[in-house]
Design a protein. Structure first.
Length: 175
């Protein structure tokens, strides 16, 4: 697919076929995540690849409404390191986008489970602690998100941008 088609075809997929993801596709995903841009080119984000069905089932219990992970064939936990860069959240978020678009390019569906909660530190701590304890992550990492992956059981179709979007302004903000 061309990039524009990939972007239009990207949808939140939470129902997956019982079909394994080949190693070469997982490698392409890992490459996409690590090749994503990072502020000052600092290694402020890391990735934990999960393929074990028992771990996926337990991750589905994360207090962040990610129950669809139970049926995913893989997940990528994306972390950020504030000790490395003040741009860790942006860096890890951009990596998530690269991972998601690469998944679509390989015929996979993906869903984004936000773990870090910038506006509610208590909620963030609850979510992050669950994942951190399960995966033995050091406390100096924030857990930005978990992306669940698999071949889509169904796809709602491509998106079409609205003709008169109120999201786009030219030259100045037109309120």
């Amino acid at each position: 697919m061309e990039l524009h088609e990939i972007i239009q075809h990207r949808r939140e997929i939470t129902s997956f076929e019982d079909k394994d993801i080949p190693g070469e596709v997982m490698k392409a995903l890992i490459d996409a995540g690590t090749l994503a841009p990072a502020g000052n080119n600092l290694p402020s984000r890391e990735f934990i690849i999960i393929r074990n069905p028992n771990t996926l089932k337990t991750l589905a219990e994360t207090p962040a409404t990610v129950d669809w992970l139970e049926n995913a064939k893989a997940a990528i936990v994306v972390t950020g390191r504030p000790d490395i860069s003040k741009y860790w959240l942006q860096d890890s978020s951009i990596a998530c986008a690269f991972l998601w678009l690469t998944a679509v390019n390989h015929g996979l569906g993906a869903a984004f489970g936000a773990i870090y909660h910038a506006q509610d530190p208590a909620e963030s701590e609850k979510r992050e602690s669950f994942v951190r304890d399960l995966l033995h992550l050091p406390k100096d990492r924030h857990i930005t998100a978990i992306l669940g992956l698999g071949y889509p059981a169904a796809h709602p179709g491509s998106k079409t941008p609205p003709e008169n979007s109120e999201l786009v302004h030219f030259e100045t903000f037109n309120a």
